[in-house]
Design a protein around this ligand. Structure first.
Ligand code: NAP
Length: 493
């Protein structure tokens, strides 16, 4: 199929998580059916398909962690579980007739922009065979946190027990009655630790940095409330709005003045003191940086689980992994049957999501390895015409729902498609000076935020620049992405 400026563009979407499915729904609303969603996995669902660890759930309330156009009156709790969120996403794909556009077991390995013809040539590994397809627009929606990071620890390959990452949970291995080591104490670990603690014989949690933990008020939503939301969607919209503004109010402390975190820090200290009686354990669990610099963790069962007699929290650095356990820097040997790595995802040390070569041979992966991920409004990249990133650089949040950010970007991409049509153009690329100025300003704003208040986090590059977080209110991002400013772009006919 051939297309041109006046006809419908051929679009390749990579990934079928919230971003890919949300984008597809938008395209269908624009009357565009000439697209394919390439999905590497056996089934759609993105991060909510991959993260099946015990206790996997979202720490943003479900009424907000969902598409604005598809409220779900049947959420059963304040915070959706992995199963419920995945079921919701698949329901959206079905309801909006997106399923027929998804090609599973189709991993995009490379995409190259053909300068002369102005199209993307895309390599897709499909059930073991390589195919090459063409598209006018390439939308990368494969998620910033889709590549598990295994810890770079000496001897990891010599461990003779079971070792796996939280995002690739080994459900065939029962941890019951085993001696289990957990490396990492981030958002994933604090969800699965309380789930496995009662089942294992001994749990050793290797903590490098103590996280800030606040209680999670997770209430059941009863059938009467669900019926009310089903009959009166306005009621649910009001609840969603209230959650949105409550979370947005917290943003002020994150973006403007870390000193505003003092109240929350006092509250978190008091919460820790209430839940952990042992002063030695409390000392280990007391963070030494400003609350919010790393993701604030919400859990009401993490501290109680760590206080159980079958749990050790080890804060001495890991020296090596040996055949039957972990040896720490003090020489102590911790015998283990299994090790679970809750060590997060590759982000700042990683390539582009797949090999992406833009105009004049520009290599996105090489640029990102050198300077860290960078884009304009987290969506477009200079030198890469008709490439659109969803949940791209600096769109992450510490305080609210990523679905809101993704929806903002989806609207923006839709407006880019309209701009292409308006200009009778084949392709558009953001101007390098516009992208540069945007990022300079963004990094200036970032400096006064809590994320740059002294800690090291996965948000940062080796040289300390934060390439993950949007350092502003989410409504500001929505406003900036509402309309394409055509003067920011170079259009090619
Ligand atoms: P993470 O937040 O990056 O945490 C990784 C943990 O592993 C940290 O405690 C880190 O310590 C530790 N670690 C990493 N490498 C290590 C090593 N070599 N030796 C010892 N410790 C090591 O990863 P995550 O918990 O999987 O969460 C990642 C992101 O996913 C979150 O920030 C969040 O955006 C998202 N997430 C969201 C939810 C949700 O409910 N919405 C749930 C889970 C995950 P340091 O702190 O010292 O680096």
């Amino acid at each position: 199929m051939r297309s041109g400026p006046s006809t419908t563009p051929r679009i390749a979407i990579v990934g079928s998580g919230f971003a890919g499915i949300g984008m597809a729904i938008r395209l269908l609303r624009l009357g565009i059916e000439s697209f394919t969603i390439y999905e590497a996995g056996d089934t759609p669902g993105g991060t909510w398909r991959d993260n099946t660890y015990p206790g996997a759930a979202c720490d943003v309330p479900s009424h907000l962690y969902s598409f604005s156009f598809e409220p779900n009156p049947a959420w059963s709790r304040t915070y959706g579980t992995q199963r419920e969120i995945l079921a919701y996403l698949l329901h959206c794909a079905r309801r909006y007739d997106v399923e027929r556009f998804i090609r599973c077991r189709s991993r995009v390995s490379a995409a190259r922009f053909d300068d002369t013809r102005g199209v993307w040539t895309i390599d897709v590994d499909c059930d073991g065979a390589r195919r090459t397809v063409e598209a006018d627009l390439l939308i990368a929606a494969s998620g910033p946190l889709s590549r598990p990071a295994m810890p770079d620890i000496d001897g990891i390959e010599r461990f003779e027990g079971r070792l796996f990452h939280s995002a690739r949970w080994d459900h065939d291995y029962a941890l019951d009655g085993m001696r289990v080591g957990v490396i990492g104490t981030g958002a994933s670990a604090i969800q699965f630790v309380p789930q496995i603690q009662p089942r294992v014989a001994r749990l050793t949690v290797f903590q490098r940095t103590a996280p800030w933990v606040l209680p999670r008020r997770d209430l059941a939503i009863g059938p009467r409330t669900q019926r009310l939301f089903a009959r009166l969607p306005l009621a649910q919209r009001i609840v969603r709005g209230a959650i949105y503004w409550q979370l947005e109010a917290h943003a002020l402390a994150f973006i403007a003045n870390p000193r505003l975190m003092r109240g929350s820090m006092k509250f978190a200290h008091a919460y820790l003191a209430r839940k952990v009686a042992d002063p030695a354990l409390r000392a280990k669990l007391t963070p030494d940086y400003v609350l919010g610099c790393k993701r604030v963790l919400l859990s009401s069962d993490y501290y109680p689980a760590l206080a159980q007699p079958n749990v050790d929290v080890v804060t001495t650095a890991i020296r090596e992994i040996v055949a039957d356990g972990i040896v720490t820097a003090d020489g102590a040997h911790h015998p283990l049957d299994a090790i679970v790595c809750g060590t997060g995802f590759r982000f700042n040390d990683a390539d582009a999501p797949f090999e992406i070569v833009g105009a004049n041979g520009a290599d996105l992966g090489a640029a990102w390895r050198r300077d860290g991920p960078q884009a304009y409004l987290g969506t477009t990249v200079a030198g890469f015409p008709n490439l659109f990133l969803l949940a791209g650089p600096n769109t992450g949040l510490g305080h609210s729902s990523m679905i809101y950010m993704i929806e903002s970007q989806i609207r923006y991409v839709a407006d880019c498609i309209r701009a292409l049509r308006r200009n009778g153009a084949r392709s558009m690329a953001v101007r390098a000076d516009v992208q540069h100025a945007f990022n300079e300003r963004l990094q200036r704003d970032m400096k006064r935020s809590v994320w740059q208040s002294g800690c090291r986090s996965w948000y940062q590059t080796k040289d300390g620049r934060n390439t993950a977080i949007w350092p502003g209110f989410t409504f500001e991002f929505r406003r900036r992405t509402r309309r394409v400013r055509e003067r920011d772009y170079v259009f090619a006919r």
